[in-house]
Design a protein. Structure first.
Length: 202
């Protein structure tokens, strides 16, 4: 009898862990809601279709502040996801938001990018510094979905609301912000603290 109870308890715990791990974690920034899908990595077009079916869209990065926020999501997940930009249908040398066909006014390309006119889609290439890369759309990656308002399945959940770091505690150099902590820490503790702040060890 004890063995059966033990097995049942383990199975219940495993079910609970699987249920919890499959829940969507939303983050909020500037009135919009975001989540990153890392489990079902897919092509850019499939990611876009899924985002629309959920009432959202692949994230539209409009400025440096939003890029820093999106970078913090990717950094925490340890992945370089698809984002909602692609080469414009009317001009292959320009990039647009996919769902509005509006030409981008803010970009953050990695050095030497975009590099290939045949690479039509965009991903956050280096999540460590938030830079972008043009990419073949049929490759499979994680992706970030953005919503204009709170999604139905986010009701009642605790939302992680992102706040940019206070500028008075930071120093800026070449577009990046740096913070020196006076607390002595191990490497792993320092790394975890940096990620929790939306950054990374320099």
């Amino acid at each position: 009898m004890q063995k059966s109870v033990g097995i049942a308890l383990i199975c219940t715990m495993l079910f609970l862990l699987c249920t919890l791990s499959s829940a969507v974690t939303y983050r909020k920034y500037n009135g919009h809601y975001y989540y990153i899908e890392t489990g079902a990595q897919t092509s850019w077009n499939s990611a876009r279709t899924t985002a629309i079916s959920k009432g959202g869209y692949l994230v539209r990065i409009s400025d440096a502040g939003e890029n820093a926020f999106v970078q913090s999501i990717a950094l925490a997940a340890g992945t370089s996801p698809w984002v909602g930009m692609q080469r414009c249908s009317s001009n292959n040398n320009q990039f647009c938001f996919a769902d509005t066909n509006t030409v981008l006014t803010y970009t953050n390309w990695y050095d030497g990018e975009p590099s290939n006119p045949a690479e039509l889609c965009v991903r956050l290439y280096h999540y460590a510094d938030g830079t972008w890369n043009d990419q073949f759309c049929n490759l499979v990656y994680a992706y970030i979905v953005e919503f204009d308002s709170q999604p139905a399945d986010a009701s009642g959940l605790e939302i992680d609301e992102y706040s940019p770091p206070p500028s008075s505690d930071y120093r800026k150099f070449r577009g990046h912000y740096y913070y020196l902590s006076a607390t002595l820490s191990t490497y792993e503790t320092a790394r975890s603290a940096a990620i929790s702040m939306g950054g990374y060890l320099v």
